[in-house]
Ligand binder design. Structure first.
Ligand code: 5GP
Length: 358
């Protein structure tokens, strides 16, 4: 386990509001409980509960959003989440979040995102590299493998999520906002939200718009069986896909020949029923087929996991050696949405780490 913590890692699929520490959620719930907005004891039980079905997760997100959605809290959670990933030697993090309008809080999608960016800039114990302009050619984030006191560095990039409950026009707003915030670390678009809600045709214009603007997309695909939608998603050819749990034989073939990188979220898939068990998770099939993969947490807070733990689960469940695990972590560098300069410096981080640990 310690080896998995020390391993430099790339996180490509982490939802901001799903990655909040339980202790923070409890603190926020207590404050709202004291104000009479919620009943703390009820909310506490929900936060501390361990098994979560897919529908339950989405009810929980609605609750989390009540707790977290004001500007200062958004700033706080963004700061904490980045700090937590950096602490376990994540050297590159793509954090995704749904920009939210909330009139009661005077919040627009833009002001929500400004609050997120403010949080990323206020991380204190770690150097957060948010823009390319911060990066000198010789500068690379160092994971503290040798245990010395060098400050940790982490590249952070943002993906804006379209929630499946949104209209076409709201989804288009999100894509336009991503374009506007390109110079502030926003580099991609995600489609997520409750998979039994909404229609692919609603989001397609926004995803096409992203494509036209040259903004990479990643799509939550096949969390529930939905033949028509899975086909359409594969045909859209996003830069990456998340989950891909419920594919039939033909769709597996199509996915494998597409070579679209897949974000694998083991604990999340098992907890929400997308995979029957860790042992029977489709990771094994894709890994054996040498399909491009990256190991991710999805919602480290919600599912009480961490990226180190997910790597540990891969090793302990599927019997990967240290070298294989290292190569898996290293491979994810090739699927980041950041530019070649960042990739190059991440490759250097892994080369150095390989020399030290393998
Ligand atoms: P946020 O975007 O508010 O920062 O993070 C929480 C949101 O991410 C949820 O409301 C939901 O839309 C999305 N999300 C988080 N985890 C999952 C997941 O496992 N599957 C899907 N489809 N969406 C998710």
């Amino acid at each position: 386990r310690e080896w998995c913590v020390a391993l430099p890692k790339v996180e490509l699929h982490a939802h901001l509001n799903g990655s909040v520490r339980n202790s923070t959620l409890l603190e926020l719930a207590k404050e709202l409980g004291d104000k009479g907005v919620i009943v703390f004891e009820d909310v506490k039980d929900v936060i501390m509960k361990n098994d979560r079905s897919l529908p339950e997760c989405f009810r929980l997100f609605d609750l989390f959003h009540i707790l977290t959605t004001d500007h200062d809290t958004v700033t706080r959670i963004a700061k904490e989440v980045v700090g937590d990933f950096a602490a376990e030697n994540v050297v590159y993090l793509e954090i995704r979040t749904t920009p939210k309008n909330n009139e009661a809080k005077g919040m627009t999608k833009r002001s929500y995102m400004n609050a997120v960016v403010k949080g990323l800039k206020s991380v204190e114990d770690v150097d957060v590299v948010l823009f390319d302009s911060n990066l000198r050619n010789d500068e690379t984030p160092m994971s503290d493998l040798s245990g010395d006191t060098k400050r940790k560095k982490i590249y952070v990039r943002l993906l804006l999520s379209i929630d499946r409950r949104e209209t076409t026009s709201a989804a288009l707003d999100t894509v336009n906002l991503a374009m506007e915030m390109k110079d502030q670390g926003v580099i991609g678009i995600d489609l997520s939200g409750n998979p039994v809600v909404g229609e692919w045709e609603t989001y397609l214009p926004a995803l096409e718009h992203a494509k036209e603007l040259g903004i990479p997309t990643t799509i939550h695909c096949g969390e529930v069986p939905n033949r028509k939608e899975i086909q359409a998603m594969l045909d859209f050819c996003p830069q990456r896909l998340g989950h891909v749990c419920c594919l039939d034989d033909e769709e597996w073939k199509k996915l494998k020949s597409s070579m679209i990188p897949v974000e694998i979220c083991l604990t999340s898939n098992v907890m929400t029923g997308g995979a029957p068990s860790l042992e029977l998770h489709h990771f094994a099939d894709l890994y054996n087929a040498k399909h491009p993969l990256s190991i991710c947490t999805d919602d480290s807070g919600l599912f009480s996991t961490s990226l180190s733990n997910e790597y540990y689960l891969v090793a302990s469940t599927f019997g990967l050696s240290k070298t294989e695990l290292f190569r898996l972590a290293q491979g994810a560098v090739e699927f980041v949405f950041a530019d070649d300069k960042v990739k190059k410096s991440l490759r250097a981080v892994f080369e150095r780490a390989a020399a030290e640990t393998l």
